[in-house]
Each structure stands twice: as C-alpha cells, then as structure tokens.
Ligand binder design. Structure first.
Ligand SMILES: O=C(O)CCC(=O)C(=O)O
Ligand SMILES: [Fe+2]
Length: 351
C-alpha cells in the first residue's frame, strides 16, 4: 500500500497500490478445456498448484453471457437515485465503493444477490428490474454447471468416483448459500494524476470464502492473483472464458508452525485438508476502460460442517490430524462479516 503526500480527495479512503515492475501479463494461467478427456485431472492439478485456472469450451451459451453484460451495463448507467433504490448493500443489494461493513473501499460499484439451491435469485434479493432477474437466473443456471463440474472433478480426483458428489452435493442441497455478484469498475481518470508507480484499488486483496467461484469479465484487465512468493500477477482478460477461483472452504490445509511467510501465503484450508489452494486475488482500477465482471460463488448450507473430509486425514503430506477445529459454514460467515477483506478469515478456527 502507498501513502502519497497529496492523495486526490475523490479517492476518499480508497487505498493506493504500488504497481509492480512485473511483465505485463502472466502467461501461465492454466487453461482447462472442459470438452477434453483429460479435463478432470487438469482441474485437480490446477486447483492444487494455483487455486486458479480458466476454462474454455465450457458449454455456457455466449448469448446468455452477452445479454447479462448488456443488462448490467444498462443498470450501472442508470441514474444514481435509481441504483440507490436497490441499496445500500447490507450485504445484499447495490453497493458503491464500500465493500462489507468494516471500512474496505474500492473504485467500483456492484450488485450482490442471493441465489437459492435451484439456481434462481432468491425472492428477498433486491433486483432492480425483472429483465435483470430473468437474465441473472438464466446465467446462474448455466455457470452453476461449470461449478458443479469442477467440484465433481475435485471430489473424484481426491476420493474416487463413488464420492463424486461429495462437494457438489453441498451446493445442490436445499438451503445452500450461493451468491451472485456483478461488479462495475468505472474508468479512474485520477490515475493520470498519480505517479506511474501507483495504481488504485478496485477490489482489495482477499480470498473468496465459498467452495468455488466462477468469474467472467469483459475485455478490460485489472484482475491480479498472488503467487506463493507474494508477487501479484495480472491475469490477461478473456471474455469468452470463465476463471475458476478456489475458495477458503474448499482449501484449508495445515502446517505445524505457521511462520510469517506461511501466513502470507495463506495456502491452508479445511475440506480438502490442504490439497486444494484458495488464491488471494484483487482488482486494480483502469484509467481508460470500464471493467464489468460477474461472479457466481458456490457455497454450502449454513449448517454444513467445514472439516477435512475424513478420507483425506492422515494420507501423507506430513499431517497428524486436522489443524482446524470443526466449524460450520454459518460460523465462518459470521466471523467473515466481522473481518476486513484482506484478513486471514480462517484464523479464528485454527487449533
Ligand atoms: O471483479 C473481479 O474481477 C473480481 C472480483 C472479486 O474478486 C469478487 O467479487 O470476489
Ligand atoms: Fe473474489
């Protein structure tokens, strides 16, 4: 984070970031072709090594994606007073710059909606128009298929074909906690007044709490993922692909004595007892072009226990037993609401 002597007032409390002198784009984002015979193994490998990958040949009709993007652009271009009618986000609804309740700010506006276990926007969510509701339902219905496919591949890879639905079943259960979010990052002209070495936070660094997130964006760059060595790597946008992000619930590993470096990495997670990695990511603002992203987050029901799957305990990796106490998704969510975006939200659950 950077502090300047004269930060433009319009940035309010939005943090500045130091731009890294890295090459422009990371060429190594693993790409998985869902139509290829080796796709399941490639998914498991990518989840284990990066916690992040993109999928192509995903089978989601691009017409639905384009319709949703057009509806989202229309909504974000509508008068502020109309957008405010669906907010302030608490946590659902329309939000502007403020993310969560604990002081995180970013150069963006967004709409956050709850999705029921059948994949439709829940009645309680403040959706601005029936046309937006319709197209979100259609879109979520389609990308849920990608999330299910990924969770099935992971379960099969770790537990065998008989337990293929061990993870995806948690999302299909009645009462599962699924969320859909559409983010709009307007161009940030203030960037031109900042030194080249600075950028502006669009969405601050964090891990996604759920099992898995499926992200799609327009062609504007901004998304960055953290590698294990702490470097931030820009992800080349691909408007025809989906990016899959492993969430905290899927990851949770263990480590005998967490060192500072290890805490930085945060590659420790629960259900898979560390086999999968959740990945820290963030978005930086763009000076010229708007970025629109849509993310479907697949989470379990509030009463779902988040503990290592018993089959995965004591299978090598030097582990003696779980390093996290049993907790439910509901417990985790409550703790997450009290935390800042970039906090290690699993900390309260470490043994
Ligand atoms: O907008 C993006 O590209 C990423 C946003 C994100 O990480 C999130 O909404 O959790
Ligand atoms: Fe995220």
């Amino acid at each position: 984070m950077v502090v300047l002597a004269t930060t433009p007032a319009a940035l309010d409390q939005i943090s500045l970031l130091r731009s890294s002198p890295e090459p422009l784009f990371f060429p190594g984002v693993p790409a998985v072709d869902l139509s290829s015979p080796g796709a399941a193994l490639a998914v498991v490998d990518a989840c284990q090594r990066f916690g992040f990958f993109k999928v192509v040949n995903h089978g989601v009709p691009m017409g639905v994606v384009d319709r949703l993007e057009a509806e989202a652009v229309r909504f974000f271009a509508s008068p502020q007073v109309e957008k405010d009618a669906s907010g302030p986000a608490n946590p659902l609804g329309y939000g502007n710059k403020r993310i969560g309740r604990n002081g995180d700010m970013g150069w963006l506006e967004y709409l956050l909606l709850a999705v029921n276990h059948q994949g439709s926007v829940s009645k309680a969510s403040p959706v601005p128009s029936s046309s937006l509701r319709e197209v979100v339902n259609e879109y979520v219905g389609a990308v849920r298929g990608v999330a299910t496919w990924v969770l099935e591949a992971v379960a099969e890879g770790l537990l065998g074909v008989a337990r293929r639905d061990a993870l995806s079943g948690m999302v299909a259960d009645a009462g599962s906690d699924q969320v859909f979010r559409v983010n709009h990052y307007p161009p940030c002209p203030l960037l031109e007044r900042l030194p080249d070495s600075c950028s502006v936070t669009g969405f601050g660094e964090h891990t996604d709490p759920q099992l898995v997130s499926v992200l799609r964006s327009n062609g504007t760059p901004g998304l960055q993922v953290a590698l294990r060595d702490g470097r931030w790597l820009p992800v080349p946008p691909d408007r025809d692909a989906f990016f899959v992000i492993v969430g905290d619930s899927l990851e949770v590993t263990k480590h005998p004595s967490p060192s500072i470096a290890y805490i930085h990495l945060l590659y420790q997670k629960v259900l898979t007892n560390g086999r999968m990695k959740s990945v820290r990511h963030r978005v930086v603002a763009n000076s010229l072009k708007p970025r629109v992203s849509m993310i479907y987050f697949a989470g379990p029901a509030p009463e779902q226990r988040i503990a290592p799957l018993p089959e995965l305990l004591g299978q090598g990796h030097g582990e003696q037993g779980p390093l996290y106490r049993d907790f439910t998704w509901g417990d985790y969510k409550k703790a997450a609401y009290r935390s800042r975006l970039g906090d290690d939200r699993l900390d309260p659950f470490r043994i």
